[in-house]
Design a protein around this ligand. Structure first.
Ligand SMILES: C[S@@+](CC[C@H](N)C(=O)[O-])C[C@H]1O[C@@H](n2cnc3c(N)ncnc32)[C@H](O)[C@@H]1O
Length: 257
């Protein structure tokens, strides 16, 4: 069996067309049902990632290896989540990479948590704080499904009460009142450690910036990333008529001593 062939227990993204995909964990003997027919898992095992398979109604599905973004888009999302366009720049600015120790609040649905856990593993760790029990449970299930729970510690707690970690490399704030977490997160961060915050409104970014400067953070910067799809067709390529106008303002800063 080639190293690129699908094994029992692996995740596969069944791709029918853009935005019509199913993320499944292959299990011998099971079946996946879609509006375009069903597929037996046994017929997927042993096939190469990238190859096609026909459903019971003769529709062709492509068998793809899921990326972290595929997992995130399939998470259950009872809270607002951080989307891929913003995740990428958070990783670039904060230097998220294998071995880093990250502190985060709130966990919400765990989308950002999972993205970070995937980057810091196997030696790094994400310590995340969520005030609401129901979201702790959702995030745990999402992280478990993505195979990332071993790299995350979720604590049900108001992060204002303090973070039980010393010398973290990176701090992430995604709550409605981010300025209230500057003090506890500063205590838990190492000198020069990076802080990133996600704020849906300018008012939040403004109040947060004032607090960061007041608490001695340096290199404080806010930005908004605007992303527009392109409809590429030979001879008639143009921007998509629809776009997501706004997600969040991102604020970055480094801890000064
Ligand atoms: C917008 S959601 C976070 C979404 C998350 N970044 C994601 O991508 O899935 C904000 C979360 O912060 C939690 N929260 C708000 N204030 C908090 C605090 N002081 N301590 C801990 N959690 C808090 C809320 O309950 C909510 O679940």
């Amino acid at each position: 069996m080639s190293s690129n062939s699908i094994k029992d227990g692996e995740f596969v993204l069944l791709y029918l067309k853009p935005r019509k995909t199913w993320l499944i964990k292959v299990k011998a003997g099971e079946k996946v049902h879609t509006h375009a027919g069903f597929i037996e898992h046994n017929s997927i095992i042993g096939k190469e990632y990238g190859s096609s398979i026909e459903s019971s109604t003769g529709r062709a599905f492509r068998l793809l290896k899921p990326t972290i973004a595929d997992f995130l888009m399939k998470f259950s999302r009872p809270t607002q989540v951080v989307y891929p366009k913003d995740l990428g720049i958070i990783a670039a600015w904060t230097g998220l990479s294998s071995g880093k120790i990250v502190i985060e609040s709130g966990t919400g649905s765990g989308a950002l948590t999972a993205f970070m856990a995937n980057l810091v593993r196997p030696d790094g760790h994400v310590y995340t704080y969520e005030i609401r029990e129901e979201f702790v449970d959702v995030a745990k299930k999402n992280l478990q499904k993505a195979g990332l729970l071993d790299y995350v510690t979720i604590t049900k707690k108001d992060a204002k009460e303090g973070i039980d970690v010393d010398d973290a490399d990176i701090a992430i704030i995604d709550v409605g009142d981010p300025w209230t977490l500057v003090e506890p997160f500063k205590k838990a961060l190492k000198g020069s450690g990076m802080l990133a915050a996600i704020s849906p409104t300018m008012n939040q970014a403004e109040k947060l910036t004032a607090e960061l400067l007041e608490k001695g953070f340096v290199d404080v910067l806010s930005l908004e990333l605007i992303s527009r799809d392109l409809e590429a067709r030979v001879g008639m390529t143009r921007p998509s008529m629809r776009m997501i106008g706004h997600t969040a303002y991102l604020t970055f800063a480094r801890k000064g001593l």
